[in-house]
Write a protein that binds this ligand. Structure first.
Ligand code: SF4
Ligand code: SF4
Length: 383
């Protein structure tokens, strides 16, 4: 919700029905809040593009074991009886439930592998187990809720990728974009060329995500270098498609890319979001002059932020949840508060109340979260 309000073009989440449903609710809430922020009291949040359409929702799949795909696991029988259970209180999805003994304490469907429980367990009994996100396990009834897919792969996985690609064919009518995320390897370019052949013909835009140092962007500013080096390598290879650094990207990435002349001002990610899906990819050609088209292959087309973006707003999420609860109830903001029916007139009055968090952005946790998320997104959007 926060990053949608800040103006990102695509949100990438796990290929899990519950996660997709939650992300959709967050995007709906962002659109709703954008409508309420777009008045004289909050002109800086007047996000016109968000009110016309939400960011695309992308789901991630892996063709084999990958550090991005894991679930926490532990045996409750190993827990000391006097443990205060910090694992349960820190879990953002209430996935750790001690009555669920058969699940080893973790309800798998609720765990998205953030790792916070692992870090706080005093006896280090929680482990991360690999998890394969398969298209066949994703509810077909939810395909209409997704816009794009990201496939995590690694050099040498041609046969695993081919198998996953075959499974993905029923998804193709729903997709507006395909993204391939791959770490560096001395044979990565020939491997990605093989993937081009495997995917051809591809009727939607393709993005290569250069996964420099996976899930490390919040560890220090130097983590961005691996992602940028790999982006330069893929750009130099001239593969068909767009290139965006990922894995290690952080608040230092845009300035480094600018210094290297790798930011393409005329083909920012916002260009993609400003096109209706039915216009892509032809509108890309229509809306760029020949010079821009030439520069597609020597500049990056966007940045994928993960750990760093999360770490920016994470400390505020509980406070924002707390602020929004009276308005959210158990539904989205654009539904009736607290699940109760109220007349549209009284609903509007409630949402216009002076104490609503979007009415006091200068002092609310929501306002702080928005400032932080927009601070990151604007680095690229205004570059
Ligand atoms: S990894 Fe994250 S989501 Fe999963 S159980 Fe631990 S804290 Fe909860
Ligand atoms: S923090 Fe560790 S030891 Fe304590 S209850 Fe959780 S898993 Fe068990």
């Amino acid at each position: 919700m926060l990053y949608a309000l800040a103006g990102v073009d695509c949100i990438d989440v796990a290929a899990d029905g519950a996660v997709v449903a939650a992300a959709r609710r967050g995007l709906d809430d962002a659109v709703w809040i954008a409508g309420h922020l777009s008045d004289r009291k909050a002109p800086r949040w007047n996000n016109h593009s968000l009110r016309s359409h939400a960011p695309w929702l992308m789901v991630s799949l892996n063709d084999s074991e990958d550090p991005h795909f894991r679930k926490a696991y532990f045996d409750v029988g190993h827990c000391p009886s006097d443990c205060d259970r910090p694992c349960a209180s820190i879990c953002p999805t209430a996935a750790i439930q001690f009555q669920a003994v058969n699940c080893g304490g973790v309800v798998e469907n609720l765990c998205y592998g953030c790792g916070r429980c692992i870090a706080v367990c005093p006896i280090k009994t929680i482990e991360a187990r690999p998890h394969l996100a398969s298209p066949t396990a994703f509810p077909t009834t939810q395909l209409s809720q997704i816009d794009a897919v990201e496939i995590h792969t690694q050099t040498g996985h041609q046969s695993q990728f081919e198998q996953l690609w075959r499974q993905l064919q029923p998804w193709m009518p729903y997709l507006k974009l395909v993204s391939i995320s791959c770490p560096d390897h001395d044979q990565v370019v020939p491997y990605l060329r093989d993937l081009c052949t495997l995917m051809a013909p591809l009727g939607v835009p393709l993005i290569w995500q250069t996964d420099g140092r996976p899930m490390s962007g919040d560890l220090g500013k130097g983590t961005t270098h691996a992602a940028i080096r790999l982006a330069q390598k893929i750009l130099a290879a001239g593969l068909p498609g767009y290139v965006q650094p990922a894995g290690g990207t952080n608040g230092y990435t845009v300035s480094k890319l600018t210094e290297l002349g790798l930011i393409n001002n005329s083909l920012s990610a916002s260009h993609l979001s400003n096109c209706q899906s039915s216009e892509l990819p032809s509108s890309l050609a229509l809306r760029l002059d020949p010079e821009d088209l030439g520069s597609i292959h020597d500049r990056i087309a966007g940045i994928a932020y993960g750990s760093y973006a999360r770490s920016q707003v994470m400390p505020l999420l509980d406070a924002i949840d707390h602020e929004l609860q009276p308005w959210l109830g158990n539904a989205s903001l654009n539904q009736f508060p607290n699940g109760q029916w109220v007349s549209p007139r009284s609903q509007a009055a409630a949402f216009d109340a002076a104490d609503a968090p979007w009415r006091r952005l200068d002092e609310s946790a929501l306002g702080q979260g928005l400032a932080l998320s927009q601070g990151l997104v604007n680095q690229l959007k205004s570059a």
